[in-house]
Design a protein around this ligand. Structure first.
Ligand SMILES: Nc1ncnc2c1ncn2[C@@H]1O[C@H](COP(=O)(O)OP(=O)(O)OP(=O)(O)O)[C@@H](O)[C@H]1O
Ligand SMILES: [Mg+2]
Length: 217
């Protein structure tokens, strides 16, 4: 269970600060699938960073399985991220000099999950990038990098899967394929899924949606 309460986040803006995110309350039961929507700059990535514990909201609490991660030490948050969270960042954050295969192996390693090469290959096949397993990740197209980042998050079989515009660089067929894979993963494992998106074709797959307005509520 994930509960966010009275979230406000301010970023420095020149001499002063600017509030970029306000969210009174958001409760997500285990296994739910949510689309996080809102215009560019409305704070979708900031909110996902707060849930992942990469940043601490200026005010408010993020509680993951009864543990208040917004008040936890960096060490506790890192452990939480490693154990139970898969996060496909908007900027991918792949290890650029490593191959696709090694990026996914690294995902399993940091998630403390044993994943055989056969399992990784099966996942890459499902994502349509098995032929790139030996390619350096910085020589891939954006859509290929995006799918590598998705494989890296999925291989650790996280209980919480956060994906920040995971189809932003994909064509229509691949968009459908990726969303089907994410939803199917959530349905079969009971994992909670949150997908930030601008794309109406993606939103249409989600019965639950949280809309962030421009400039906070
Ligand atoms: N590190 C930062 N320092 C200062 N301001 C920031 C920082 N990161 C984001 N912002 C600002 O916070 C606001 C929200 O950014 P965020 O990336 O969360 O929006 P978003 O909804 O994910 O947008 P997009 O759809 O373009 O990805 C933006 O106005 C942005 O300029
Ligand atoms: Mg964003």
């Amino acid at each position: 269970m994930l509960v966010l309460n009275d979230i406000h986040h301010l970023y420095p803006d020149g001499e002063s600060t600017r509030e970029v995110l306000t969210l009174p309350h958001w409760e997500i039961a285990d296994g739910e699938q949510w689309a996080l929507i809102g215009p560019s700059g409305s704070g979708k990535s900031t909110l996902l960073h707060c849930i992942a514990g990469l940043i601490t909201p200026t005010r408010g609490t993020v509680t993951l399985d009864d543990e208040c991660i917004s008040a936890a030490t960096e060490e506790v948050r890192a452990r939480r991220r490693g154990e139970s969270l898969g996060y496909v960042l908007q900027q991918f954050n792949l290890l650029s000099s490593l191959t696709v295969m090694d990026n996914v192996r690294a995902g399993a390693y940091f998630g403390r999950t044993a994943a055989s090469d056969d399992e990784i290959t099966a996942l890459l096949t499902e994502l349509g990038i098995a032929h790139l397993a030996g390619s350096r990740s910085d020589r891939l197209s954006m859509g290929e990098q995006q799918r590598t980042a998705i494989a890296r998050a999925l291989i650790k079989r996280p209980r919480y899967l956060l994906a920040d515009e995971p189809t932003a660089n994909l064509d229509r067929d691949n968009t459908k394929r990726i969303i089907d894979i994410l939803l199917q993963y959530s349905r079969t494992t009971g994992a909670t899924l949150i997908v930030a998106t601008h794309d109406p074709a993606v939103m249409a797959h989600f019965a639950r949606q949280l809309q962030l307005p421009q400039g906070g509520i």
